[in-house]
Design a protein. Structure first.
Length: 170
């Protein structure tokens, strides 16, 4: 039997580029000093989850008023506000759970706590959506869903807040 040599697949890399070294360097963990950690917190400020929840509530209320005025229907305004509440109430529960002392014990507890609160948040949202026809008689689903989507997208605004703070401080 004639055995043919196997061709190895060689990827072209720029001269001086060592993928293994690059991979090792990315795995190195550098412990920060107290001063370095404080400087990092100043450069990359976190946004309070409560600030996001309050902003979601305000946007939802404004959206409900605008929807009610544009459609001339109190029911559309109420549906819109209920859609906002389907985001705000679970978000407030999540913020409460994530800012508790229990969630800050250690990284493992924080990760499990995050997962549990996230499942709870999704569950509360689903239950609130299922109860919408019973709580808001004659619910306007388009108004509810638009408000729900707009309030969910407020998280992107929170990321912009964070980005604008770090740019303003430099």
């Amino acid at each position: 039997m004639n055995a043919t040599p196997r061709q190895s697949s060689v990827r072209a890399t720029p001269a001086g580029w060592d993928e293994e070294e690059d991979e090792r360097e990315s795995l190195i963990f550098k412990r920060l000093s107290r001063e370095e950690a404080e400087a990092l917190r100043k450069r990359e400020p976190s946004v309070s989850p409560w600030r996001v929840v309050i902003f979601q509530l305000l946007v939802g209320a404004v959206l409900a008023v605008v929807t009610g005025l544009l459609t001339g229907s109190l029911l559309s305004g109420l549906s819109s506000f209920y859609g906002a509440l389907c985001v705000v109430v679970p978000g407030a529960l999540m913020a409460r759970g994530m800012t508790s002392r229990f969630a800050r014990l250690n990284a493992g507890v924080a990760a499990v706590s995050f997962m549990m609160w996230e499942f709870g948040k999704i569950g509360v949202s689903v239950v609130m959506l299922m109860l919408a026809p019973k709580l808001v008689h004659g619910v306007s689903w388009p108004a509810l869903l638009v408000a729900l989507i707009v309030c969910i997208k407020i998280y992107w605004v929170a990321l912009l807040w964070r980005g604008s703070k770090s740019v303003d401080e430099n």
